[in-house]
Each structure stands twice: as structure tokens, then as C-alpha cells.
Design a protein around this ligand. Structure first.
Ligand code: PAF
Length: 267
């Protein structure tokens, strides 16, 4: 496996790749079993797999969240190497943003809902970096976790809007034994917050209404950003812990369309 920090060097190498199908898994590092599942799928379905590790400051709306985002490149490289990845691309800000983020991809509808309502500019940062990465890597397939379902939908829409040649592949959320969706941010949960975190999955898979789920989580100590249905799924975002130690968790699950929903959306 090769590791590239230079985009120019990576592109020289990429030009030599003759593999029939190139797979790509973009990440911000701090890799866990959820990333491993995306990588395994790419390695299985493609002849050549690239993983990027880049903590994209442009998508963080909160400086504390960015400064506390775990960075574990050495362990990440070990894990990725063992899974049969061909290249890790780990560029610097200067490499990724020669324009200093003057050029941006802005989506004007879905990106203002759900997480977009609570994280100013987040999806502009995500779409911008993903478009850059897809143009650099030129994969046939790119794999994204359904834990970030809104992100997946926006990226899939962007790929269609800009006629990208990459197939955007959604992959099922990987969970801990107690239901907690795997996330790099779980590393920042203290023992009390970790003990409470599985309540999120328990609550959204219950038959209780969105309002009751919101109350239940609030009573347990979460600051709830939203619990709501869309796309035939129930979404949640809630923060646990105090002050600078607060961790924002998100999750979503498919829900059967019932009398309270129409086209998967709450009426
Ligand atoms: O899901 C993530 O880890 C990030 O949002 C992504 C897609 C790597 C873009 O920075």
C-alpha cells in the first residue's frame, strides 16, 4: 500500500492505474469498524481501492468539535493496509484548497434541513471536499455510510447534477452490540455519556411518536436537535455531555410508512 500526501504525486500514480474498477472510500480518519465495512465492500467489488484520510475543516461549524476530532493516521494506515487497500491519500489543507475555499458547492434545498439547520455551512463544506476528492481520485464507485444518510443523499444528488461518472454506493450503518451507531466521535464520549448513548437507537426504533422520543431523550439528559421522519426513515441528532465535552450524535433507521407518514414524510 502506498501513502500519498501530495495530490500531484497521487495523480501521476492514478494515471498508471489500469484496473477495470476503482473504488473509493473518503474518510476523515479515526477509522472504526464502520469504515472497515465500507473498505471491505470496495475491496470486494473493485479491483483497486483508494481511501482518503482528510479532516475537512471546511465542514466543521464548531471550532471545539474540530480541535477535538480524533487523529490516528498511524493506526488508520495499519487497519487500511490489512484490508487490502492500494492507496491512502492524506493531503494537507494547502493541497486540497489551493483556492482557500473561495469556490464552493452549494445545495439550496435539502442541505438546509435536518443537520443543515443546526450546522451552518456544514454540507457546503462536505459537498465541496467530496467533489474535489472525486475529481482527484476519479473512482468508478464511492462508498458512503447510511449513518450519514442526509450526506449520502446530497452527494448522490451532486453526482447526478454535475454528471459525475462515479456511482455513489450507500452502505448500511454498523452498530455496537448495544445499538450505538459507530462514529469517530464516539471516542470522545466519557463513560457516563457512553452509557447513555445507546438510548438514541433504542428510542428511534421504538413505536413512540417523534415528540415522545424527543421528550424521552431530553429527560435522559440529551440536548435534542431534532427527531423527525423523511425519506421513509426516522432521523435523530442529539448532544450528550456538558460544555466543551459535549458530543453530537446522529442516527437514522428505516421506518414503515404508517398513518402518520405520507411518502415517508411526517404529515
Ligand atoms: O463522512 C465523512 O467522514 C466526511 O463527511 C467525508 C465524506 C469524508 C467528507 O469530509
Amino acid at each position: 500500500m502506498k501513502i500519498f500526501n501530495s495530490i500531484d504525486q497521487f495523480r501521476l500514480e492514478r494515471a498508471q492505474v489500469t484496473a477495470a474498477r476503482v473504488g473509493f472510500v473518503p474518510t476523515m480518519g479515526a477509522l472504526h469498524k464502520g469504515h472497515a465495512a465500507l473498505i471491505e465492500r470496495s475491496v470486494k467489488e473493485c479491483d483497486f481501492t483508494v481511501v482518503s484520510v482528510y479532516v475537512n475543516a471546511a465542514q466543521f461549524d464548531n471550532a471545539d468539535d474540530l480541535s477535538r476530532y480524533p487523529e490516528t493516521l498511524e493506526q488508520d494506515a495499519e487497519l487500511v493496509g490489512a484490508l487490502g487497500v492500494d492507496i491512502i491519500l492524506a493531503p494537507t489543507y494547502e493541497q486540497m484548497y489551493p483556492d482557500d475555499f473561495r469556490y464552493r458547492v452549494v445545495e439550496t434545498d435539502l442541505s438546509g434541513e435536518l443537520c443543515g439547520k443546526h450546522r451552518d455551512g456544514h454540507f457546503t463544506g462536505v459537498l465541496t471536499v467530496v467533489l474535489k476528492l472525486l475529481n482527484i481520485v476519479r473512482p468508478d464507485r464511492a462508498y458512503f455510510g447510511e449513518k450519514d444518510f442526509q450526506q449520502y443523499r446530497l452527494i448522490e444528488g451532486m453526482a447526478r447534477a454535475f454528471f459525475l461518472d462515479t456511482e455513489i454506493v450507500p452502505c448500511e450503518t454498523v452498530r455496537e452490540h448495544d445499538g450505538l451507531a459507530l462514529s469517530s466521535r464516539n471516542l470522545n464520549l466519557d463513560s457516563n455519556a457512553r452509557a447513555l448513548a445507546p438510548l438514541i437507537y433504542e428510542a428511534i426504533t421504538s413505536s413512540a411518536s417523534d415528540e415522545v422520543v424527543t421528550e424521552r431523550l431530553a429527560r435522559a439528559g440529551f440536548d435534542v436537535d431534532y427527531v423527525m421522519r423523511k425519506f421513509g426513515r426516522r432521523f435523530v441528532a442529539a448532544r450528550i455531555g456538558k460544555g466543551r465535552r459535549q458530543v453530537r450524535l446522529i442516527d437514522n433507521v428505516p421506518v414503515p410508512v404508517d398513518s402518520k407518514t405520507l411518502n415517508g414524510e411526517k404529515t
